[in-house]
Design a protein around this ligand. Structure first.
Ligand SMILES: [Zn+2]
Length: 95
């Protein structure tokens, strides 16, 4: 009879642990109710970073320093692209 008692106790402890384990997962795993503001902020950050990536999709290499920069900031001298007027001037002055 004692063995049954211990077995039942072990099952109860196992169930209790499992229940605790399961109830511990949802708050950390689902960003639905309580963590809404944070998850929205994160989503906003992701959204802005993805839009930034779209804006920067056309990258050009500076003929002077070889640094890549957005095509919207290009300084064209002759047939070459430069990241800034300073580099365009420096490249045209150089022999
Ligand atoms: Zn440059």
């Amino acid at each position: 009879m004692k063995l049954l008692l211990w077995l039942g106790l072990a099952v109860l402890v196992y169930l209790a642990l499992r229940k605790n384990f399961r109830s511990n997962i949802p708050p950390a795993n689902r960003p639905s109710e309580s963590a809404r503001p944070n998850s929205n902020q994160w989503a906003d950050e992701q959204f802005t970073s993805s839009t930034n990536a779209k804006e920067a999709e056309t990258m050009l290499s500076c003929a002077h320093c070889q640094v890549y920069f957005p095509a919207s900031e290009v300084v064209v001298r002759g047939e070459l692209n430069y990241c800034s007027a300073e580099h365009a001037d420096a490249a045209s002055k150089a022999p």
